[in-house]
Design a protein around this ligand. Structure first.
Ligand SMILES: Nc1ncnc2c1ncn2[C@@H]1O[C@H](COP(=O)(O)OP(=O)(O)O)[C@@H](O)[C@H]1O
Ligand SMILES: [Mg+2]
Length: 252
């Protein structure tokens, strides 16, 4: 059940990185309103890997979009290190997104006419001025995701797993503290998916990134420090996993 109603102590005594209070999102579509999220109270800490589960339509993508400042809640607050991003101007919300959030999508969304390296450089250029930093960042990140050898290939010349690695390198180019991943393994075979999950695990445990990983695959749940289940736009359960399993050891 939802921990917010129990006496369970908070995960950590330090101030949360993201703190959602009373968040709701209602979409107006035609005559009817669709309540995508309601009564969401959640706090995320630095370095957590949160696996978000829930059936199609339960509000997972809506939650990611709100966390990443791609959309605003209809009501409630979303505090990032104490600042309510829901009240920022469009310009400041854009800056928040640019500086702090890395997005990873199911279908990679790479720019097809740019090479792997250029895709990462393009993202780096949004936050860096000088050419040397951009070059160095792209090189280092493509190396980190194991793609140094293929950096001059276009997306169409790369496998799905390789494209997703490029997408992760691109998301990391701005050195975000939060990675928001929507079904990042949904379009990958099992082995490749494992490798991507292992990469996300190391980014949280070794580099202190906070990763919110949306999936409908419950087999992935044990790799996270935390499992959040959504149902009909509400938090159905929020469980801490004190002993995450290595991605290489989960099967689906
Ligand atoms: N832009 C939108 N306009 C209208 N309804 C939307 C919009 N985005 C999402 N919804 C609705 O909100 C609910 C939650 O959607 P979503 O967050 O995409 O769920 P999930 O990612 O879990 O499949 C669904 O009923 C969906 O149809
Ligand atoms: Mg979705």
């Amino acid at each position: 059940m939802n921990d917010s109603t129990s006496d369970t102590p908070p995960l950590s005594t330090s101030a949360p990185l993201l703190d959602l209070r009373g968040v709701a999102k209602v979409f107006e579509s035609g005559q009817a309103n669709v309540t995508a999220l309601s009564d969401v109270d959640l706090a995320f800490q630095k370095g957590e890997l949160i696996v978000v589960l829930g059936p199609s339509g339960s509000g997972k993508t809506t939650l990611l979009n709100l966390l990443g400042g791609l959309d605003r809640p209809t009501s409630g607050s979303i505090a990032y290190t104490g600042i309510d991003i829901a009240t920022l101007s469009d310009r400041d919300l854009g800056r928040f997104r640019r500086e702090h959030i890395g997005f990873v999508f199911q279908f990679f969304n790479l720019i097809p006419t740019l090479t792997a390296r250029e895709n990462v450089e393009f993202a780096a250029e949004l936050v860096m001025q000088d050419r040397h930093s951009v070059d160095e960042t792209a090189e280092r990140l493509l190396n980190l995701v194991g793609l140094s050898e293929r950096s001059d290939h276009f997306p169409s010349q790369l496998s799905g797993g390789e494209q997703q690695r490029v997408a992760i390198a691109r998301a990391l180019a701005k050195d975000p503290d939060i990675l928001l991943c929507d079904e990042p393994t949904g379009n990958l075979d099992f082995r490749t998916g494992q490798q991507i999950l292992a990469l996300l695990q190391s980014l949280t445990s070794e580099r202190g990134k906070t990763c919110v990983l949306v999936t409908h695959n419950s087999a992935i749940t044990p790799i996270g420090n935390r499992a959040l289940r959504l149902r009909d736009g509400r938090v159905q359960s929020d469980e801490v996993n004190s002993e995450p399993v290595a991605a290489a050891d989960v099967e689906w």
